[in-house]
Design a protein around this ligand. Sequence first.
Ligand SMILES: [Zn+2]
Length: 58
Amino acid sequence: MAKVLRCGDLMPGCNFVAEGKDVADVMAKGVEHAKKAHGLSQIPPDLAKKVQAAIKDK
Ligand SMILES: [Zn+2]
């Protein structure tokens, strides 16, 4: 099932939406976005958990 991550759920004010074929695909896009748009060089484990919790079925 396709998955979707709304960055605004984690970063208020951000309207980026990552869509992918599965959680790993969405995570990869979310990480890339976080690096480019939010200046995160890496994703801390606690944030990664929040990101996974925020990924929803599309
Ligand atoms: Zn964002």
